[in-house]
Design a protein around this ligand. Structure first.
Ligand code: CIR
Length: 260
């Protein structure tokens, strides 16, 4: 079996939460995030990215968009091309406008997902040159087809996965490296993921299946001891971060940055 190493990252883009983050979209009853705590947790997140060796590009808050701190949803970054998404939630579509100009400094080739296709970055799981596209309430068939065509033109491949639990595909699945896939137990049994060494996460710790591999470290959310142990037992050094305020509005660790 070929062990696919994850791409080493050198940079990340993040956006500081706006005061309007308290109005972020949510599907649970945790109540609104506390702005000051969100700012503190975001700052710890940036420190963790730096500890992983990344140069962090920090964008100003955008009050017009309550969910704009979740920059991952606005673009897919590959070694050759950056793809600006068309987020599936109507209140998030405008978030892409500022990202394009930031990415233009780093990518010569920029493509765009267009209406009626919709696609959120949180639905894209990368494994080497292959991209798993989650079909969710945010990402539709049209968006998946457009992304597949763009990736194909750049020598990469894609396939789709139905997202039946969780907001995005990556709310439940994370690729680390060397064939290790962290997956919520019901995703762990999908035929598409049979070839991976699965680190299975039980339903009670579902939130922790959104973790992020960065240059050998794995960022994990605080308060999920079984998931943390499972990842550490596989040989990874974890960095635990308090994500309580972002969890309240369905945001996880991967959503807070674009890594490249
Ligand atoms: C939303 O519902 O769009 C935001 N409140 C959370 C987005 C989380 N993003 C992600 O999982 N990539």
């Amino acid at each position: 079996m070929v062990l696919v190493q994850s791409q080493m990252f050198s940079r990340a883009i993040v956006r500081i939460p706006s005061k309007s983050v308290v109005n972020g979209l949510c599907s649970n009853n945790f109540g609104p995030p506390v702005y000051e705590q969100a700012i503190e947790q975001h700052s710890e997140y940036v420190n963790a990215l730096k500890k992983c060796g990344l140069d962090v590009i920090v964008l100003d808050p955008d009050e017009d968009f309550p969910d704009s701190t979740f920059v991952e949803d606005t673009a897919i970054l590959t070694p050759d091309v950056a793809i600006i998404t068309n987020p599936g939630a109507p209140t998030r579509k405008g978030e892409t406008k500022n990202i394009k100009s930031v990415l233009a400094d780093f990518f010569q080739s920029i493509e765009i997902i267009k209406y009626p296709g919709t696609l959120d970055g949180g639905d894209i799981l990368v494994h080497g040159n292959h991209y798993y596209i989650g079909l969710s309430t945010r990402t539709n068939e049209g968006g998946a087809k457009q992304l597949t065509k763009i990736l194909d033109a750049h020598g990469m491949s894609a396939s789709t996965v139905e997202v039946e639990n969780g907001l995005h595909l990556k709310s439940s699945v994370a690729y680390l490296d060397n064939n290790y896939l962290v997956a919520l137990e019901e995703y762990a049994i999908l035929p598409q993921f049979k070839k991976f060494n699965i680190l299975s996460i039980d339903t009670h710790e579902h939130y922790a299946s959104n973790c992020v591999w960065i240059n050998g470290f794995v960022l994990v959310p605080k308060g999920f001891p079984r998931a943390k142990n499972t990842i550490e037992d596989a040989g990874y050094e974890t960095i635990e971060l308090d994500m309580s305020e972002f969890q309240k509005i369905d945001g996880g660790l991967s959503c807070l940055s674009l890594r490249f």
